[in-house]
Design a protein around this ligand. Structure first.
Ligand code: 9WN
Length: 438
């Protein structure tokens, strides 16, 4: 096999390691993100995992997506976590007990889930799986999944749109997928950090990853309070009662990208693609109207409770590269930001960091406050292909391969030194690698 830029492992070695990790983390219907830290099924992880499985066992890719959508709530939401009943209740915090009671329009009988959501990458991933492994099995799977994916998007569109802006809002930092991103610092100031010691005592993550690489105890106290409020309100999406309500570019860009994927899937299964294309276009326009920041050179979030813009540059603000109907000038500026000092693609930085390298509060080791993550890098990689910047897409893929060759299948990486951080044997890192390997 080809060698990977002077690193010890060849492409073939890497492929073998990645496949072994997927196989080891497979639990019969889905893949755990990593057995120690996250021993259940996670929503957006499953989408990335499926893309990896497409290279190994398309059947497992479809099983994984079907299992997740099998836990879809009656109201259409696809939950952030589907708990494995075979795993101890306290293996992960907050575990199944914390989310109860689940409402009547919640998950199917006997299924316990979180009540939050994560970015809707699933339709985009399903189309990617079908393209990587075309044939009757994929066509049949798309036919089965299409109505569920439609209901999922309809939930976000009908229940989660911020009134003034018309874009989808998140009610908790965990919904963003970028949990402790500096973007949430300002809106989280309105959320008191209560019972910090008690919450700290519940944490299980610190048994498996260094505390300098994880969110703080204050972060967790706020996360817990927000879940408690939402749960005690029956997980109803009435934003007047929420303390956190934020419109975020990653969530909306991914929804528009997935709506386009649904249009392509609709054509395959004999449904009407037009409503999906219309919605995708509407989201792109609304994002350009409300979230584009010429000063930041990327899309930025907005506190939907106050209307205040949040001018942080994060990898989420680059995700609209996924949208082919973006203004040409905006697309060019995004590419300039990606290759400029804030993200440094092609300039010695390893992969696309989660946060602006020039920001004074950059923390290269702490979770979503600096490190490079495989999942978001895959999205930017897709976006660069949509933008027809195959040169940069190739650069980014080589960066990801180099990171893993040197540091292993870690959860995230220091974007300057390349050091591996967080969990080990990480499924989405393996999955994305299989898709990015030359
Ligand atoms: C909470 C599983 C998940 C990812 C998220 C990542 C992390 C969970 C946690 O792990 O979040 O959802 O307990 O910290 O931030 O993006 O889906 O890999």
């Amino acid at each position: 096999g080809a060698t990977t830029g002077g690193y010890a492992l060849s492409s073939e070695d890497l492929r073998r390691t990645a496949v072994a990790t997927l196989v080891r983390n497979w639990r019969g219907r889905s893949t755990v993100p990593t057995p120690s830290l996250y021993p259940h099924q996670w929503s957006w992880d499953s989408a990335f995992n499926a893309v990896g499985w497409a290279h190994v066992s398309p059947r497992r890719a479809w099983t994984e997506l079907s299992a997740l959508l099998g836990a879809q709530w009656r109201d259409g939401r696809v939950p952030q976590i589907v708990f494995d009943p075979a795993v101890a209740e306290d293996a992960y915090f907050p575990g199944p007990w914390f989310w109860r009671p689940l409402p009547a329009d919640g998950p199917p009988r006997g299924v316990v889930t979180s009540g939050l959501v994560q970015p809707p990458v699933h339709a985009g991933a399903a189309l990617t799986v079908a393209r990587r492994s075309p044939g009757p099995e994929s066509a049949a799977a798309l036919r089965r999944l299409y109505p569920r994916l439609v209901r999922w998007h309809d939930y976000l569109w009908s229940r989660r749109r911020a009134p003034e802006v018309g874009l989808v809002a998140i009610v908790h930092p965990w919904e963003s997928g970028l949990d402790n991103s500096p973007t949430w610092d300002a809106p989280l100031r309105a959320v008191p950090a209560r019972n910090v010691t008690e919450v700290a005592g519940h944490r299980r993550d610190l048994l498996h990853a260094g505390s300098a690489h994880r969110p703080t105890h204050d972060d967790y106290a706020r996360y817990v309070l927000l879940v408690r409020d939402y749960r005690d309100g029956g997980y109803r999406d009435t934003h007047h009662s929420l303390r956190f309500y934020v419109v975020d570019p990653l969530m909306n860009a991914v929804l528009a990208w997935s709506e386009r994927a649904l249009a392509a899937i609709a054509r395959i299964v004999g449904a009407d693609p037009q409503p999906h294309l219309d919605r995708a276009r509407e989201i792109t326009q609304l994002m350009q109207e409300h979230l584009w920041s010429p000063a930041a050179g990327c899309f930025t979030a907005m506190d939907a409770l106050t209307g205040a813009p949040i001018r942080t540059r994060t990898v989420g603000g680059l995700a609209p590269l996924l949208l082919p109907d973006l203004d040409a000038a905006i697309r060019e500026t995004l590419v300039a930001t990606l290759t400029g000092p804030a993200f440094g693609l092609g300039d010695g930085v390893r992969g696309v960091p989660s946060y602006d390298l020039t920001a004074p509060d950059l923390d290269r080791q702490r979770y979503w406050r600096g490190p490079t993550w495989a999942s978001t890098n895959w999205l930017v990689w897709q976006g660069l292909q949509t933008a027809e910047r195959h040169d940069l897409a190739g650069r980014l893929a080589a960066d990801m391969v180099g990171l893993v060759a040197a540091a292993g299948l870690r959860e995230y990486f220091d974007p300057i030194t390349g050091a591996g951080l967080g969990g080990t044997d990480f499924t989405w890192t393996a999955a994305v690698l299989l898709d990015m390997l030359p």
